[in-house]
Ligand binder design. Sequence first.
Ligand code: PEP
Length: 250
Amino acid sequence: MKRPIIAGNWKMNNNKEETKALIKEIAPLVKDASCEVVVCVPFTSIETARKAARGTNIQLGAQNVHWANNGAFTGEISASMLTELKVKYVIVGHSERRQYFGETDETVNKRAKAALKAGMKVIICVGETLEEREAGKTAEVVMRQTEIALKDITKQELKRVVIAYEPVWAIGTGRTATPEDADDTIKFIRKVVRKYYGRSSGQSIRIQYGGSMKPSNVKELMAMPQIDGGLIGGASLKAEDFAKIVNYDK
Ligand code: PEP
């Protein structure tokens, strides 16, 4: 049985003090969760989050990682720097990185491979823009993004990969894909995975939906057969909302 995974993406929010307070507020509310619970915090809050989450079921994630171990890469953070801080998960290829910071399918692949080599789990984000969707290119785009992101990742490493299908037009906009649409695209992503890794990997890889997931729509999204969890932006910044999402099955 696959264990669903709900991950909060805090983006560029919460300093150390706010991080400590939010984790302390979330922890008792999610302690009986049946899914995996992850919070992906800013780099500067990792140490604080780790201490605040100690002894809880909240796992620690980061929001990006560089592919080199060290060197002249101003502003970047390496995988070993994250593992030193006991980071378990890292998001790569978030649409905001692709849109504002020049992330490409190739750099997503390099980052994912480096994180996996360092022993972390990765949440690889894929998803089409509104323009691409309206041009009927959703399948083509997610196929390309998925294929390139997974290039040279072994079947063994794939067990530590989570894919987040996040239609870009649904992120932070309040617009959500219909559960059926999200489910269809995720089914298609499984097909792409299956082509390279075989049937059982296509079925067992965890694929989240992301894009304005909130307490009011989590149940219907999580009821879909292909959806194994959620990547949550805005709603992960409020303890009560995040906990309601995590406890979608209660
Ligand atoms: C995200 O940033 O991954 C996301 C899904 O954001 P939101 O939930 O705010 O749409």
